[in-house]
Design a protein around this ligand. Structure first.
Ligand code: AMP
Length: 285
């Protein structure tokens, strides 16, 4: 497994793979790797000749009062985990390598769907994501890139700009990997105390209640949202609910009645930790 730290190194690596006629899969991450990340990497491993993972805590996707400084960084441990998957190369640049002095170019996905869900409280987040993912796809010459359903809005945004900018890379969405309690795996779960972490299972429980009502035939979005919100509000460890939403997937249009594929998504604080989770309704129906 090669460790690439500079733009020049990843460009050379990708060019050589391309010259040899190999397909390249990219798995962007911010590190502090868990089973969710490793599942993306295994999916990429099964589909592509060459797999490049990136480990980069991207400063441009964090707001001024968010957890950029506090975000866990432990590259030595991450390296060992990636060795077990058989990744070919890891791109692990310094922020100054990605954003050198005089850097001033950003990819902004317009329209109101970047202001919905997480975009409502994280106004610059998706600009940072779109910018770094564009750079990573370019650098890695990726034919395929792999993202988790855990961040479903991110998948919608990435698919949007890849199509709009005619970027020749297929965007794969990998299902959410959960802890035994049902809590979606996340690098941020470690911010919680053991008790908070146990209570955080309420996110998935609330979504399952909504899904059960949907499965029984309920199609009124307001009623389904009320069911989910009701369960979250009943949990004293849930300190603030940012949103409980049902929107079409992948365009994130508002709806009154659930039809076709729809994203049922929530964001809330358990203690001081902001958590997100979602379920896609009508998948494969
Ligand atoms: P992050 O390091 O949090 O930026 O995540 C990197 C990638 O891993 C993103 O595409 C995430 O959606 C994905 N991911 C994170 N957690 C999970 C999970 N529990 N299940 C599936 N994918 C995940």
């Amino acid at each position: 497994m090669k460790i690439l730290r500079t733009v020049k190194e990843i460009q050379e690596f990708a060019l050589n793979a391309k010259k040899a006629g190999r397909t390249i899969g990219l798995v962007p991450t911010m590190g502090a790797l868990h089973e969710g990340h490793l599942t993306l990497m295994r999916t990429a491993r099964a589909k592509c000749d060459v797999v490049i993972a990136s480990v980069f805590v991207n400063p441009t996707q964090f707001g001024p009062n968010e957890d950029y400084e506090k975000y866990p960084r432990r590259f030595a441990e991450d390296e060992k985990k990636m060795e077990t998957v058989g990744i070919d190369a890891v791109f692990h640049p310094e922020p100054s390598e990605m954003y050198p002095e005089r850097y001033c170019t950003y990819v902004t996905v317009e329209g109101d769907f970047t202001h919905k869900l997480c975009g409502a409280t994280r106004p610059i987040h998706f600009r940072g994501v779109a910018t770094v993912v564009t750079k990573l796809i370019n650098l890695a010459r990726a034919d395929e890139a792999f993202f988790g359903q855990k961040d479903a809005q991110q998948v919608c945004v990435v698919r949007r700009f890849v199509e709009d900018l005619n970027i020749n890379c297929h965007i794969n969405m990998v299902p959410i990997v959960r802890e035994p309690s049902g809590l979606a795996r996340s690098s941020r779960n470690e911010y919680m105390s053991p008790e908070e972490r146990a209570r955080a299972a309420v996110l998935y429980e609330s979504l399952k209640l909504g899904k059960a009502a949907y499965d029984k035939g309920e199609r009124d979005a307001e009623i389904l949202k009320k069911i989910v919100r009701g369960r979250l509000e009943a949990e004293p460890f849930v300190k603030q609910i940012d949103y409980v939403e049902i929107l079409t997937f992948p365009y994130l249009d508002d709806i009154k009645t659930v039809e076709g594929e729809c994203l049922m998504a929530i964001a809330c604080y358990v203690g001081k930790t902001r958590l997100i989770d979602n379920v896609i309704l009508g998948q494969g129906e």
